[in-house]
Design a protein around this ligand. Structure first.
Ligand code: IPD
Length: 267
């Protein structure tokens, strides 16, 4: 199993690096136009999202032709091996369109429904985040060696810098805005960085203290969830596991208190 998972991790990172390089090279100067919209008129997809996903699908498919694939843009294809690749070619598409430097390629490899390996490559900075279940999470910048991630805990919840995001559907985002208003009284501040995958990496490496969002799709969460967990971050949702209804993440020492607060605030 370990050798197989290590191989999946290698394939994921190769595909994510190639996609990130493509995205960097393909992005024109200025604004990038949406090719179409998805869940609402403000939920965009660009031609570069679609092309990057195709590249990833081909790169992985060349080595793993019998695996399933679930991509944000192209949907799902069943496989026969028990492995499913869960892929967001550009997490942070709105940032990408506007030229705000926080968007990333996210690839998770599931075996029988559990994410076993994942990687996220920041397409602007080239920072790489990787994890294998049970073997830790790592970050690598430039030509440096991968450094093991260990989440940092703030001295108290009132000092926590909390990442969040807002759904593209108006009714849901209004509900989220009310919950965030309640949360603001209890934490240092909030950040809305525009990429759930990078937010989860940020909690893993201590650039954020905690994270809460509703409406995440499997491709927003697959790799980032594993990277966060492997760095010592606890994740939950309405129940024990995060899902589309709720994702909360915090380092172990403040997790219980943060999860209680989030629910009290009405998320
Ligand atoms: C979005 C980003 C954003 C989050 C949204 C996601 P996309 O992903 O992760 O931060 O708030 O819920 O849909 O659409 O840019 O891949």
């Amino acid at each position: 199993m370990t050798a197989q998972v290590d191989e999946l991790a290698r394939i994921a990172l190769t595909a994510a690096r190639a996609a990130a390089a493509y995205i960097r090279a393909a992005r024109p100067a200025g604004r990038v136009a949406a090719a179409q919209t998805k869940s609402s008129p403000t939920d965009p997809v660009t031609l570069i999202d679609q092309a990057a996903e195709k590249l990833i699908r081909e790169s992985i498919g060349a080595e793993r032709p019998h695996d399933g694939f679930l991509g944000e843009e192209g949907g799902g294809t069943a496989g026969s091996s028990g492995v499913v690749w869960v892929v967001d070619p550009i997490d942070g598409t709105v940032n990408f369109m506007y030229g705000i430097g926080a968007y990333a390629v996210s690839i998770g490899a599931e075996i029988d429904g559990t994410v076993e390996a994942g990687c996220i490559v920041n397409a602007v900075t080239g920072e790489e985040y990787t994890a294998v279940r049970g073997a830790g999470a790592f970050a690598r910048t430039g030509d440096g060696a991968p450094a093991r991630l260990a989440a940092h805990s703030p001295p108290s919840l009132s000092h926590a810098l909390v990442g969040t995001g807002f759904n593209y559907v108006v009714d849901i985002r209004l509900h989220q805005a009310r919950a965030v208003t309640a949360l603001l009284a209890h934490v240092r501040d909030i950040r809305r960085n525009g990429s759930a995958a990078l937010d989860l990496c940020a909690v893993a490496e201590g650039r954020l203290d905690a994270y809460v969002e509703q409406g995440l799709k499997p491709w927003d969460l697959a790799a980032g969830g594993l990277i966060a967990r492997e760095s010592g971050v606890r994740l939950a949702g309405l129940g024990a596991d995060p899902d589309e209804r709720l994702t909360i993440a915090a380092p172990e020492p403040i997790a219980e208190e943060f999860f209680r607060l989030v629910r009290t605030c009405g998320f």
